[in-house]
Design a protein around this ligand. Structure first.
Ligand code: XMP
Length: 323
């Protein structure tokens, strides 16, 4: 008889037994899976778990705070936040090729994470023997089933795991589907914004700027994205759409007119999609008045944006993200 309560109790007992008096670490991405996995392990072993959050500066507005404040408040977890924005921006400077961006972000992510890991290991305390991963059942099936060893596609995990993995893995969500993970998260008292978060790519806004990634462009995109999310939430549409990437066409300018004169600004693309599993997707038929409100607000409130366009392409042929 499956209940979230049973799952939690079973996992907590098993994790306690497995870890004993050793320590574990867990990387948080801001996403549902790593958050729920961490919360479960925290419930089992408390301060023997340390979480690491790499702030790469490519998150959306408020997301880092959600992890730093709300998640910590809800779970009492020990969290090490690494502010690596400058490092990532420096590494990304002048790069506009999507795959190159992904490679750089993945590489830097692993370096920063490993450094944080090393610092935790060097702390006084019992040996760090375990690494917590938010692997779900569909990931296990996709990667050819399961021996409990690391086998994670780079798509799911920024850059993948280091080759010379020395940790034993704890994967408390290996038997669960996404909706079950959300239920477990809810039962563990995690914030609503985390439990019901829509998918967001590991490389973050870095792959939602068509063109080079700079702090100014990121700030601009963060503002536009925050407006779109706010209006979609206000209209009660969050559960109807799979996700809605907001994309900045940084290398494109078009002429507009606003207030007293001519503008020459960038377009923002809205990419709302409906999907079951992200393998295929359809563009969401959002109400025109919601789209209109988002467009009006973005062009009024975000400097340098003078046009909002809607992506009406399904997947295939388009991917969900623009890069
Ligand atoms: P595409 O653009 O391939 O996206 O249709 C399918 C789903 O995957 C997400 N996505 C990523 N997630 N790292 C991730 O962790 C990535 O590099 C990445 N690229 C795309 C995308 O948001 C969508 O949900």
């Amino acid at each position: 008889n499956w209940t979230t309560g049973n799952v939690i109790d079973e996992q907590v007992a098993a994790i306690r037994e497995l870890v004993g008096d050793k320590r574990a670490i867990c990387g948080l991405s801001g996403g549902v899976d790593s958050a729920v996995a961490a919360a479960l392990v925290q419930k089992a072993i408390g301060s023997q778990l340390t979480c690491v959050y790499v702030d790469h500066g490519l998150m959306r507005k408020g997301e880092t705070e959600q992890v730093e404040k709300d998640f910590v408040a809800a779970t009492g977890v020990q969290l090490k936040v690494v502010d690596a924005e400058e490092r990532f921006l420096t590494a990304l400077k002048g790069v506009s090729d999507p795959e190159e961006k992904r490679k750089i972000i993945g590489r830097e992510f692993i370096r920063v994470f490993e450094q944080a890991q090393a610092e935790i290991i060097a702390d006084e305390g019992p040996a760090v023997e375990f690494l917590v991963q938010g692997t779900l059942y569909p990931d296990v099936v996709e990667s050819g089933g399961g021996t409990g060893t690391a086998n994670i596609k780079s798509h799911h995990n920024v850059g993948g795991l280091p080759e010379d993995l020395e940790f034993k893995l704890i994967e408390p969500l290996r038997q669960l589907f996404k909706d079950e993970v959300r239920m477990v998260g809810q039962e563990l008292g995690l914030p609503e914004e985390i439990v019901h978060r829509q998918p967001f790519p590991g490389p973050g806004l870095g792959i939602r700027i068509v063109g080079g990634v700079t702090k100014e462009r990121l700030d601009l995109l963060r503002d536009a994205d925050a407006i779109a999310r706010e209006e979609l939430t206000a209209a009660g549409l969050d559960r109807d759409i799979w996700q809605c990437p907001v994309v900045l066409l940084a290398d494109v300018r078009s002429v507009g007119v606003q207030g007293d004169g001519r503008t020459y600004g960038h377009p923002i693309v809205l990419r709302p999609v409906s999907s079951e599993d992200a393998m295929t997707a359809d563009w969401s038929r959002l109400p025109y008045d919601v789209l209109g409100k988002i467009s009006t607000r973005i062009t009024n409130e975000v400097r340098d944006v003078n046009r909002v366009v809607l992506d009406v392409t399904s997947k295939p042929p388009g991917t969900i993200e623009w890069e």
